[in-house]
Design a protein around this ligand. Structure first.
Ligand SMILES: [Zn+2]
Length: 53
């Protein structure tokens, strides 16, 4: 499997798995990628909410 953020191959048994509210699974090679990706999603969600006003 590959990191959802930087697309690096993750060896089995390592990395972080994240489940979105939508049920989508994401894998991250490191905590840094995990945090960056989550922050990115939060920013996108905020932008979407702001554009709906
Ligand atoms: Zn990564």
């Amino acid at each position: 499997m590959r990191c959802s953020y930087c697309a690096t191959d993750i060896p089995k048994g390592t990395g972080t798995m994240y489940v979105h509210r939508t049920g989508t699974l994401n894998y991250f090679c490191s905590n840094r990628c995990y945090r960056n990706s989550i922050l990115l999603h939060k920013k996108i969600n905020k932008k979407l909410l702001e554009s709906r006003k």
